[in-house]
Design a protein around this ligand. Structure first.
Ligand code: TRP
Length: 455
Protein backbone atom coordinates (compact mmCIF):
# COMPACT_ATOMS: atom_id res chain seq x y z
CA UNK A 1 0.00 0.00 0.00
CA UNK A 2 1.06 3.53 -0.69
CA UNK A 3 0.80 4.25 3.00
CA UNK A 4 3.79 2.21 4.10
CA UNK A 5 6.11 3.45 1.41
CA UNK A 6 5.17 7.08 1.96
CA UNK A 7 7.94 9.32 3.15
CA UNK A 8 7.58 11.70 6.06
CA UNK A 9 9.51 14.74 7.16
CA UNK A 10 12.45 13.87 9.35
CA UNK A 11 12.22 16.54 12.02
CA UNK A 12 9.89 19.16 13.36
CA UNK A 13 12.22 22.00 12.34
CA UNK A 14 12.64 20.50 8.87
CA UNK A 15 8.88 20.33 8.42
CA UNK A 16 8.38 23.91 9.57
CA UNK A 17 11.16 25.20 7.34
CA UNK A 18 9.87 23.29 4.32
CA UNK A 19 6.41 24.78 4.81
CA UNK A 20 7.85 28.21 5.49
CA UNK A 21 9.99 27.71 2.38
CA UNK A 22 6.85 27.11 0.39
CA UNK A 23 5.15 30.18 1.78
CA UNK A 24 8.15 32.49 1.52
CA UNK A 25 8.73 33.17 -2.14
CA UNK A 26 8.29 35.63 -4.95
CA UNK A 27 5.04 36.50 -3.21
CA UNK A 28 6.98 38.04 -0.34
CA UNK A 29 9.94 39.61 -2.09
CA UNK A 30 8.50 40.52 -5.46
CA UNK A 31 4.74 40.86 -4.98
CA UNK A 32 4.29 42.13 -1.40
CA UNK A 33 6.49 45.26 -1.71
CA UNK A 34 4.75 46.42 -4.86
CA UNK A 35 1.29 45.68 -3.49
CA UNK A 36 2.30 47.71 -0.47
CA UNK A 37 3.53 50.51 -2.68
CA UNK A 38 0.33 50.47 -4.72
CA UNK A 39 -2.09 50.21 -1.81
CA UNK A 40 -0.89 52.88 0.55
CA UNK A 41 1.82 51.38 2.77
CA UNK A 42 1.15 50.86 6.47
CA UNK A 43 -2.66 50.68 6.19
CA UNK A 44 -2.28 47.82 3.71
CA UNK A 45 -0.14 45.90 6.19
CA UNK A 46 -2.83 46.20 8.87
CA UNK A 47 -5.62 45.05 6.56
CA UNK A 48 -3.36 42.23 5.42
CA UNK A 49 -2.82 41.06 8.99
CA UNK A 50 -6.55 41.17 9.67
CA UNK A 51 -7.24 39.00 6.58
CA UNK A 52 -4.50 36.68 7.66
CA UNK A 53 -5.91 35.96 11.09
CA UNK A 54 -9.62 35.91 10.26
CA UNK A 55 -9.63 34.21 6.84
CA UNK A 56 -6.29 32.67 6.02
CA UNK A 57 -5.38 30.99 9.27
CA UNK A 58 -8.66 28.98 9.24
CA UNK A 59 -8.01 27.96 5.62
CA UNK A 60 -4.50 26.87 6.50
CA UNK A 61 -5.67 24.86 9.50
CA UNK A 62 -8.32 23.15 7.33
CA UNK A 63 -5.81 22.29 4.64
CA UNK A 64 -3.32 21.01 7.17
CA UNK A 65 -5.93 18.94 8.93
CA UNK A 66 -7.30 17.35 5.76
CA UNK A 67 -3.81 16.52 4.51
CA UNK A 68 -2.58 15.01 7.72
CA UNK A 69 -5.73 12.96 8.28
CA UNK A 70 -5.92 11.92 4.62
CA UNK A 71 -2.21 11.05 4.35
CA UNK A 72 -2.21 11.42 0.59
CA UNK A 73 -2.24 13.84 -2.35
CA UNK A 74 -5.27 16.17 -2.48
CA UNK A 75 -7.33 13.86 -4.71
CA UNK A 76 -6.96 10.79 -2.47
CA UNK A 77 -7.08 12.70 0.80
CA UNK A 78 -10.58 13.93 0.03
CA UNK A 79 -11.54 10.48 -1.16
CA UNK A 80 -10.36 8.87 2.07
CA UNK A 81 -12.16 11.35 4.30
CA UNK A 82 -15.37 11.29 2.26
CA UNK A 83 -15.25 7.99 0.37
CA UNK A 84 -16.82 7.92 -3.05
CA UNK A 85 -18.05 11.51 -2.88
CA UNK A 86 -17.53 14.23 -5.46
CA UNK A 87 -15.16 16.02 -3.10
CA UNK A 88 -12.14 14.31 -4.56
CA UNK A 89 -12.63 16.36 -7.71
CA UNK A 90 -11.96 19.42 -5.59
CA UNK A 91 -8.66 17.74 -4.79
CA UNK A 92 -8.11 17.26 -8.48
CA UNK A 93 -8.81 20.94 -9.14
CA UNK A 94 -6.24 21.82 -6.49
CA UNK A 95 -3.64 19.77 -8.35
CA UNK A 96 -4.60 21.53 -11.56
CA UNK A 97 -4.36 24.95 -9.91
CA UNK A 98 -0.89 24.14 -8.63
CA UNK A 99 0.21 23.21 -12.14
CA UNK A 100 -1.23 26.49 -13.48
CA UNK A 101 0.57 28.54 -10.82
CA UNK A 102 3.85 26.75 -11.46
CA UNK A 103 3.51 27.49 -15.18
CA UNK A 104 3.75 31.23 -14.72
CA UNK A 105 5.76 31.15 -11.50
CA UNK A 106 8.66 29.50 -13.33
CA UNK A 107 8.75 32.42 -15.78
CA UNK A 108 9.36 34.94 -12.99
CA UNK A 109 11.72 32.41 -11.41
CA UNK A 110 13.62 32.45 -14.70
CA UNK A 111 13.86 36.24 -14.56
CA UNK A 112 15.46 35.96 -11.14
CA UNK A 113 18.05 33.51 -12.53
CA UNK A 114 18.83 36.03 -15.26
CA UNK A 115 19.10 38.96 -12.81
CA UNK A 116 21.35 36.95 -10.53
CA UNK A 117 23.61 36.18 -13.50
CA UNK A 118 23.61 39.85 -14.50
CA UNK A 119 24.40 41.06 -11.02
CA UNK A 120 27.30 38.60 -10.81
CA UNK A 121 28.55 40.18 -14.03
CA UNK A 122 28.35 43.49 -12.13
CA UNK A 123 25.68 44.86 -14.43
CA UNK A 124 24.15 46.94 -11.62
CA UNK A 125 27.30 48.09 -9.90
CA UNK A 126 27.81 51.47 -11.46
CA UNK A 127 26.51 54.09 -13.79
CA UNK A 128 23.11 54.87 -15.15
CA UNK A 129 21.30 52.63 -17.55
CA UNK A 130 17.74 52.49 -18.68
CA UNK A 131 16.66 49.59 -16.51
CA UNK A 132 13.06 49.72 -17.68
CA UNK A 133 14.14 49.38 -21.30
CA UNK A 134 16.57 46.59 -20.42
CA UNK A 135 13.91 44.65 -18.57
CA UNK A 136 11.41 45.16 -21.40
CA UNK A 137 13.92 44.03 -24.00
CA UNK A 138 14.77 40.93 -21.98
CA UNK A 139 11.27 39.68 -21.29
CA UNK A 140 10.11 40.31 -24.84
CA UNK A 141 13.05 38.53 -26.43
CA UNK A 142 11.69 35.44 -28.21
CA UNK A 143 14.13 32.89 -26.77
CA UNK A 144 16.31 34.26 -23.94
CA UNK A 145 13.70 34.19 -21.17
CA UNK A 146 12.70 30.68 -22.28
CA UNK A 147 16.19 29.43 -21.58
CA UNK A 148 16.08 30.87 -18.05
CA UNK A 149 12.58 29.54 -17.42
CA UNK A 150 13.73 26.05 -18.36
CA UNK A 151 16.85 26.36 -16.18
CA UNK A 152 14.69 27.36 -13.25
CA UNK A 153 12.21 24.53 -13.76
CA UNK A 154 15.01 21.99 -14.22
CA UNK A 155 16.63 23.08 -10.92
CA UNK A 156 13.29 22.66 -9.19
CA UNK A 157 12.74 19.23 -10.72
CA UNK A 158 16.22 18.11 -9.76
CA UNK A 159 15.58 18.80 -6.07
CA UNK A 160 12.22 17.04 -6.16
CA UNK A 161 13.69 13.89 -7.69
CA UNK A 162 15.58 13.36 -4.43
CA UNK A 163 12.30 13.00 -2.53
CA UNK A 164 10.81 14.50 0.59
CA UNK A 165 13.64 14.16 3.11
CA UNK A 166 16.76 14.31 0.99
CA UNK A 167 15.41 16.77 -1.53
CA UNK A 168 12.69 19.02 -0.21
CA UNK A 169 13.45 19.05 3.51
CA UNK A 170 17.22 19.32 3.24
CA UNK A 171 17.22 21.98 0.52
CA UNK A 172 14.54 24.04 2.20
CA UNK A 173 16.44 24.03 5.49
CA UNK A 174 19.63 25.29 3.88
CA UNK A 175 17.99 27.73 1.51
CA UNK A 176 15.68 29.38 4.01
CA UNK A 177 18.51 29.88 6.48
CA UNK A 178 20.79 31.43 3.86
CA UNK A 179 17.90 33.49 2.58
CA UNK A 180 17.23 34.93 6.00
CA UNK A 181 20.85 35.92 6.57
CA UNK A 182 21.08 37.54 3.15
CA UNK A 183 17.91 39.54 3.43
CA UNK A 184 18.94 40.86 6.85
CA UNK A 185 22.23 42.04 5.33
CA UNK A 186 20.39 43.83 2.55
CA UNK A 187 18.02 45.42 5.10
CA UNK A 188 20.99 46.73 7.09
CA UNK A 189 22.50 48.19 3.92
CA UNK A 190 19.21 49.70 2.89
CA UNK A 191 18.37 51.21 6.29
CA UNK A 192 21.81 52.74 6.69
CA UNK A 193 21.34 54.94 3.63
CA UNK A 194 20.60 58.58 4.40
CA UNK A 195 16.91 59.36 3.96
CA UNK A 196 15.83 55.72 4.40
CA UNK A 197 13.81 56.58 7.47
CA UNK A 198 11.10 58.20 5.33
CA UNK A 199 10.55 54.82 3.70
CA UNK A 200 10.24 53.19 7.11
CA UNK A 201 7.65 55.78 8.06
CA UNK A 202 5.71 55.00 4.88
CA UNK A 203 5.63 51.35 5.90
CA UNK A 204 4.63 51.78 9.52
CA UNK A 205 2.60 54.94 9.96
CA UNK A 206 -0.87 54.10 8.64
CA UNK A 207 -3.07 56.46 6.69
CA UNK A 208 -6.54 54.95 6.91
CA UNK A 209 -8.00 57.26 4.31
CA UNK A 210 -6.22 54.98 1.83
CA UNK A 211 -8.22 51.86 2.81
CA UNK A 212 -10.86 51.08 0.18
CA UNK A 213 -12.75 47.96 -0.90
CA UNK A 214 -9.95 47.36 -3.37
CA UNK A 215 -7.42 47.33 -0.56
CA UNK A 216 -9.33 44.46 1.08
CA UNK A 217 -9.46 42.38 -2.08
CA UNK A 218 -5.83 43.01 -2.83
CA UNK A 219 -4.85 42.14 0.73
CA UNK A 220 -6.85 38.90 0.69
CA UNK A 221 -5.44 37.77 -2.66
CA UNK A 222 -1.95 38.61 -1.51
CA UNK A 223 -2.42 36.70 1.75
CA UNK A 224 -3.69 33.57 -0.05
CA UNK A 225 -0.88 33.64 -2.55
CA UNK A 226 1.79 34.39 -0.01
CA UNK A 227 0.76 31.67 2.43
CA UNK A 228 0.50 29.06 -0.36
CA UNK A 229 -3.03 28.19 0.65
CA UNK A 230 -6.08 27.23 -1.38
CA UNK A 231 -4.58 24.76 -3.85
CA UNK A 232 -3.28 21.78 -1.97
CA UNK A 233 0.32 22.78 -1.23
CA UNK A 234 -0.08 22.82 2.53
CA UNK A 235 -2.32 19.76 2.23
CA UNK A 236 0.35 17.78 0.40
CA UNK A 237 3.13 18.80 2.78
CA UNK A 238 0.86 18.06 5.75
CA UNK A 239 0.44 14.52 4.47
CA UNK A 240 4.16 14.03 5.20
CA UNK A 241 3.83 15.33 8.75
CA UNK A 242 3.88 13.08 11.82
CA UNK A 243 0.80 12.63 13.97
CA UNK A 244 2.53 14.29 16.93
CA UNK A 245 2.75 17.77 15.43
CA UNK A 246 0.53 20.54 16.66
CA UNK A 247 -1.53 21.68 13.66
CA UNK A 248 -2.59 24.98 15.16
CA UNK A 249 0.85 25.95 16.41
CA UNK A 250 2.51 24.98 13.11
CA UNK A 251 -0.02 26.98 11.08
CA UNK A 252 0.43 29.99 13.33
CA UNK A 253 4.21 29.77 13.11
CA UNK A 254 4.21 29.51 9.33
CA UNK A 255 1.86 32.48 8.98
CA UNK A 256 4.02 34.44 11.39
CA UNK A 257 7.30 33.60 9.59
CA UNK A 258 5.77 34.43 6.25
CA UNK A 259 4.42 37.79 7.34
CA UNK A 260 7.62 38.76 9.11
CA UNK A 261 9.51 37.87 6.00
CA UNK A 262 7.28 39.96 3.78
CA UNK A 263 7.77 42.93 6.08
CA UNK A 264 11.53 42.38 6.18
CA UNK A 265 11.60 42.16 2.37
CA UNK A 266 9.65 45.42 2.31
CA UNK A 267 12.26 46.94 4.60
CA UNK A 268 14.98 45.86 2.21
CA UNK A 269 13.29 47.57 -0.72
CA UNK A 270 11.04 50.52 0.20
CA UNK A 271 13.53 52.51 2.35
CA UNK A 272 16.22 52.06 -0.32
CA UNK A 273 13.89 53.50 -2.95
CA UNK A 274 13.18 56.48 -0.68
CA UNK A 275 16.86 57.03 0.08
CA UNK A 276 17.91 57.07 -3.55
CA UNK A 277 15.06 59.40 -4.50
CA UNK A 278 16.16 61.68 -1.67
CA UNK A 279 19.73 61.58 -2.96
CA UNK A 280 18.58 62.51 -6.45
CA UNK A 281 16.21 65.16 -5.19
CA UNK A 282 13.12 63.55 -6.74
CA UNK A 283 9.83 62.23 -5.33
CA UNK A 284 10.10 58.57 -4.31
CA UNK A 285 7.93 56.28 -6.40
CA UNK A 286 7.16 52.91 -4.86
CA UNK A 287 4.11 52.30 -7.02
CA UNK A 288 6.06 50.89 -9.96
CA UNK A 289 4.08 47.63 -9.77
CA UNK A 290 5.58 44.32 -10.90
CA UNK A 291 8.65 46.13 -12.20
CA UNK A 292 9.63 47.34 -8.72
CA UNK A 293 12.11 44.54 -8.11
CA UNK A 294 13.41 44.21 -11.67
CA UNK A 295 13.44 47.86 -12.77
CA UNK A 296 13.45 50.21 -9.78
CA UNK A 297 15.76 48.13 -7.62
CA UNK A 298 18.63 47.74 -10.13
CA UNK A 299 18.56 51.54 -10.39
CA UNK A 300 18.80 51.76 -6.61
CA UNK A 301 21.67 49.25 -6.46
CA UNK A 302 23.62 51.04 -9.17
CA UNK A 303 23.64 54.21 -7.10
CA UNK A 304 24.37 52.98 -3.64
CA UNK A 305 27.79 52.28 -2.18
CA UNK A 306 28.47 48.51 -2.23
CA UNK A 307 25.43 48.27 -4.48
CA UNK A 308 27.05 45.61 -6.69
CA UNK A 309 27.37 43.24 -3.76
CA UNK A 310 23.92 44.09 -2.44
CA UNK A 311 22.52 43.27 -5.91
CA UNK A 312 24.16 39.83 -5.98
CA UNK A 313 22.90 39.04 -2.49
CA UNK A 314 19.42 40.31 -3.22
CA UNK A 315 18.91 38.38 -6.45
CA UNK A 316 20.39 35.26 -4.88
CA UNK A 317 17.81 35.62 -2.11
CA UNK A 318 15.07 36.08 -4.69
CA UNK A 319 16.09 32.93 -6.52
CA UNK A 320 16.36 30.80 -3.37
CA UNK A 321 12.96 31.97 -2.20
CA UNK A 322 11.44 31.25 -5.61
CA UNK A 323 12.92 27.75 -5.76
CA UNK A 324 11.67 26.58 -2.35
CA UNK A 325 8.18 27.73 -3.37
CA UNK A 326 8.34 26.18 -6.81
CA UNK A 327 9.38 22.91 -5.19
CA UNK A 328 6.20 22.89 -3.15
CA UNK A 329 4.04 23.58 -6.19
CA UNK A 330 5.71 20.84 -8.20
CA UNK A 331 5.44 18.36 -5.32
CA UNK A 332 1.63 18.66 -5.34
CA UNK A 333 1.54 17.57 -8.97
CA UNK A 334 4.28 14.98 -8.55
CA UNK A 335 2.62 13.37 -5.50
CA UNK A 336 -0.60 13.12 -7.51
CA UNK A 337 1.13 11.50 -10.49
CA UNK A 338 3.05 9.05 -8.28
CA UNK A 339 0.03 7.95 -6.26
CA UNK A 340 -2.79 8.10 -8.80
CA UNK A 341 -1.01 7.25 -12.02
CA UNK A 342 1.49 4.88 -10.40
CA UNK A 343 4.61 6.36 -11.93
CA UNK A 344 8.06 6.54 -10.36
CA UNK A 345 9.15 9.81 -8.76
CA UNK A 346 11.61 10.52 -11.55
CA UNK A 347 9.00 9.92 -14.26
CA UNK A 348 6.47 12.05 -12.40
CA UNK A 349 8.95 14.92 -12.26
CA UNK A 350 9.61 14.57 -15.97
CA UNK A 351 5.90 14.65 -16.80
CA UNK A 352 5.40 17.71 -14.62
CA UNK A 353 8.45 19.40 -16.11
CA UNK A 354 7.15 18.95 -19.64
CA UNK A 355 3.61 19.94 -18.78
CA UNK A 356 4.39 23.11 -16.82
CA UNK A 357 7.39 23.93 -18.99
CA UNK A 358 5.15 23.66 -22.05
CA UNK A 359 2.56 26.05 -20.65
CA UNK A 360 5.37 28.18 -19.19
CA UNK A 361 6.77 28.72 -22.68
CA UNK A 362 3.48 30.29 -23.74
CA UNK A 363 3.37 32.43 -20.59
CA UNK A 364 6.86 33.67 -21.29
CA UNK A 365 6.24 34.28 -24.99
CA UNK A 366 3.17 36.34 -24.09
CA UNK A 367 5.57 39.18 -23.19
CA UNK A 368 7.09 39.05 -26.67
CA UNK A 369 5.99 37.37 -29.88
CA UNK A 370 2.60 36.33 -28.47
CA UNK A 371 1.59 39.71 -26.98
CA UNK A 372 -1.32 39.93 -29.36
CA UNK A 373 -2.75 36.56 -28.36
CA UNK A 374 -5.48 37.11 -25.76
CA UNK A 375 -7.55 34.82 -23.54
CA UNK A 376 -10.60 36.67 -22.22
CA UNK A 377 -8.80 39.92 -22.96
CA UNK A 378 -5.68 38.94 -21.00
CA UNK A 379 -2.25 37.84 -22.16
CA UNK A 380 -1.45 34.18 -21.42
CA UNK A 381 0.70 35.13 -18.42
CA UNK A 382 -1.88 37.51 -16.96
CA UNK A 383 -4.61 34.97 -17.60
CA UNK A 384 -2.90 32.29 -15.53
CA UNK A 385 -1.93 34.80 -12.85
CA UNK A 386 -5.50 36.12 -12.71
CA UNK A 387 -7.50 32.90 -12.71
CA UNK A 388 -5.27 31.27 -10.12
CA UNK A 389 -4.87 34.08 -7.56
CA UNK A 390 -8.27 35.69 -7.92
CA UNK A 391 -10.49 32.70 -8.63
CA UNK A 392 -8.95 29.30 -7.97
CA UNK A 393 -7.28 30.12 -4.64
CA UNK A 394 -10.26 31.84 -2.97
CA UNK A 395 -12.66 29.19 -4.29
CA UNK A 396 -10.24 26.50 -3.17
CA UNK A 397 -9.97 28.08 0.28
CA UNK A 398 -13.72 28.37 0.53
CA UNK A 399 -14.27 24.71 -0.35
CA UNK A 400 -11.52 23.55 2.00
CA UNK A 401 -13.12 25.33 4.96
CA UNK A 402 -16.59 24.12 3.98
CA UNK A 403 -15.30 20.55 3.82
CA UNK A 404 -13.47 20.79 7.14
CA UNK A 405 -16.31 22.61 8.88
CA UNK A 406 -19.38 20.90 7.45
CA UNK A 407 -18.43 17.58 5.91
CA UNK A 408 -16.01 16.38 8.59
CA UNK A 409 -17.76 15.58 11.84
CA UNK A 410 -17.12 18.12 14.56
CA UNK A 411 -15.73 15.39 16.81
CA UNK A 412 -13.27 14.34 14.09
CA UNK A 413 -12.22 17.91 13.46
CA UNK A 414 -11.49 18.48 17.14
CA UNK A 415 -9.87 15.06 17.42
CA UNK A 416 -7.41 15.86 14.63
CA UNK A 417 -6.77 19.38 15.91
CA UNK A 418 -5.87 18.12 19.39
CA UNK A 419 -4.10 14.92 18.23
CA UNK A 420 -6.77 12.74 19.77
CA UNK A 421 -6.94 14.81 22.95
CA UNK A 422 -3.19 14.53 23.62
CA UNK A 423 -2.54 18.23 23.11
CA UNK A 424 -3.70 20.54 25.86
CA UNK A 425 -5.46 23.10 23.70
CA UNK A 426 -8.03 24.99 25.79
CA UNK A 427 -11.57 24.10 24.78
CA UNK A 428 -12.50 27.73 24.02
CA UNK A 429 -9.58 28.00 21.61
CA UNK A 430 -10.33 24.84 19.65
CA UNK A 431 -13.99 25.82 19.43
CA UNK A 432 -13.08 29.32 18.24
CA UNK A 433 -10.95 27.78 15.51
CA UNK A 434 -13.77 25.41 14.62
CA UNK A 435 -16.26 28.25 14.16
CA UNK A 436 -13.77 30.39 12.30
CA UNK A 437 -13.42 27.46 9.89
CA UNK A 438 -17.10 26.63 9.75
CA UNK A 439 -18.64 30.09 9.52
CA UNK A 440 -16.39 33.12 9.54
CA UNK A 441 -13.85 32.16 6.91
CA UNK A 442 -16.25 30.83 4.23
CA UNK A 443 -18.62 33.78 4.62
CA UNK A 444 -15.77 36.27 4.64
CA UNK A 445 -14.20 34.82 1.52
CA UNK A 446 -17.57 34.65 -0.21
CA UNK A 447 -18.27 38.29 0.55
CA UNK A 448 -14.96 39.57 -0.72
CA UNK A 449 -15.19 37.25 -3.70
CA UNK A 450 -18.65 38.51 -4.70
CA UNK A 451 -17.49 42.04 -4.14
CA UNK A 452 -14.69 41.54 -6.66
CA UNK A 453 -16.96 40.39 -9.44
CA UNK A 454 -20.23 42.16 -8.86
CA UNK A 455 -19.22 45.65 -7.88
N1 TRP B 1 3.58 31.29 -1.53
C1 TRP B 1 4.57 31.32 -2.55
C2 TRP B 1 5.10 32.73 -2.68
O1 TRP B 1 4.85 33.54 -1.83
C3 TRP B 1 4.06 30.82 -3.88
C4 TRP B 1 3.34 29.54 -3.75
C5 TRP B 1 3.86 28.32 -3.48
C6 TRP B 1 1.95 29.37 -3.83
N2 TRP B 1 2.86 27.39 -3.40
C7 TRP B 1 1.68 28.02 -3.61
C8 TRP B 1 0.93 30.26 -4.06
C9 TRP B 1 0.37 27.57 -3.60
C10 TRP B 1 -0.38 29.80 -4.05
C11 TRP B 1 -0.66 28.48 -3.81
O2 TRP B 1 5.79 33.05 -3.60
Amino acid sequence: MARKSRETFDSRMGMLLAMAGSAIGLGNIWRFPYMLGKNGGAAFILVYILMLVVLCLPVMVSEYLIGRRGEANPFSSFDKLAPGSKWRWIGFLAVLASACILSFYCVVGGWSVKYLADSCAMAFSSGQADYAANFGAFISNPWKPLVYTIIFLALTGLIIVFGVRKGIERMSKVMITVLFVIIVLVVIRSLSLPGAIEGVRYMFVPDFSKVTADTCIAAMGQAFFSLSIGCGTILTYASYVSKEENILASSAWISFFDTMFAIIAGLAIIPAVYAIAYMNGVEPDVSAGPGLVFITLPGVFSQMPLGGVAAILFFLALLLAAITSAISLMEVVVAFIIEEMRRSRAKAVLICFMLCGGVGVFCSLSFGPLTGFRLFGLSVFDFFDYITSNIMLPVGGLLLTVFAGWRLKRANFLDELTNGGKLRIPRWLSLTIYYLVKLVAPLGILLIFLNTFFS
